[in-house]
Structures are given as structure tokens and as C-alpha cells.
Ligand binder design. Sequence first.
Ligand SMILES: [Zn+2]
Length: 232
Amino acid sequence: MTTLTPYQRVMVVVAHPDDMEFGAGGTVARLVREGKEVVLVQCTSGDKGTNRRDLSPEHLARQREEEEQEACCRLGVQQIVFLRLPDGELVPDLAFRERIVRQIRTYCPDIVITHDPFRPYALHPDHRAVGITTIDAVYPTARDPLYFPQHLAEGLEPHKVAELWLFGAQYPDLYVDIEETMDLKLAALTSHRSQISDPVELAQRVRERAAEVGAERGLRYAEAFKVIVLRR
Ligand SMILES: [Zn+2]
């Protein structure tokens, strides 16, 4: 199988524990297998992700962070940053953008993977907020030194990301073959025990979706992305 990218450093920015696994789990597993460094920025810890009334948000957040750590371990993601912002309350404001820019200037990724905020009728406000804020953080904010100069005073440097990969895209142009990493994607997804009522049904649904995406390019299973190239 050919390598996915010549770049080395990858940052994934998502709203909730399990978003990366659903949107890009097979791709992340491939990137790790190819020796890339992958850091996950987890914006919320999913503290409202339940229909139970007996769970406190704090308890749920702790459980979901443990589940995310297990999922990342299974995928081989080396590092997780938990921003611990409140679930369901993300808005694309400057304070949130500053948090993402700080991570970009800290980890200096070549590729940033996040939610596509431009898909029509994308329903979760956190997904839209993370997507748009991350794109705005990448370009132009993290790149230019007069934005958030306090970062430079702390010793961070402006950073140019090379490519954005957006999952959940209406018009994808990168199809990643995940046949060999489908089992890892499913293993990572099943780490999220608080979110799963029927693991067999989940696996079937995920395989069906990946097969649908793959059929566009004659692949058994695929994940698809809209790629925006910012530097070469
Ligand atoms: Zn989500």
C-alpha cells in the first residue's frame, strides 16, 4: 500500500470523544502505522453525552476521557490534549480560536484533521464550531505573528500548517483505503462503552458506511476527506 502523505506531524481536532474514531479512525491508524506523529486535541470530554439522569457531567467526562485514552492506545495515537470545554456549548469565538492556535503553535502539525463545518445541514453545533474554529486557527491566525502575540512572549512561534483534511465532507477529494485498519477503527470505537448499546450493530453500521464511501473509488472500505492545501 502506498504511503498516505510525505508529511510527518498530524493533529486531529474534534469536539467529542469518539468523533475522531468515527470520522477518521482507519486513516489515523494508517498514519500511525506509517510512523507519523499524531496528537489528538479533544475539545470537550463529552460530559453531556448520555440519556441517563443519574450520571453527573463530571463522572461522565472522567469515564469518557478514559475511554478516549483506551481508543487512542488501540489506534496508536501518541498524545491527547483534553481542553475540557463544556459539551454542547462550543461557539466559534476568539477565545476558542486562541485555544486551538496555541495547540497548533505548540505541536506544529503539517496536517490538521477536523470536522467539515461547511456540509449543508450538519447538525451538531459543537461539530460546526470546532470545524470553523480550527480552520480559522490554521489560516491565518496560527501563521501570523501579530495574532495572539502573548504566545510568542511565552516562547511559541507562528506556524504554517500544510494541509487541512476535513471529514464528514459533502464533496470529498481524498479517499483513504482503510481495509487493513478497519479492525483497529472498530476496536477503537468499541472503547467508548458509555456510548454503545449494541456493539454488533455498531460494527455493522460502520462497515456499511465505509463500504459505501469505498464504492466511490472501488475500495472495500474507505474514509473520505476534503483536502485544503495551504503550503507545499
Ligand atoms: Zn461529536
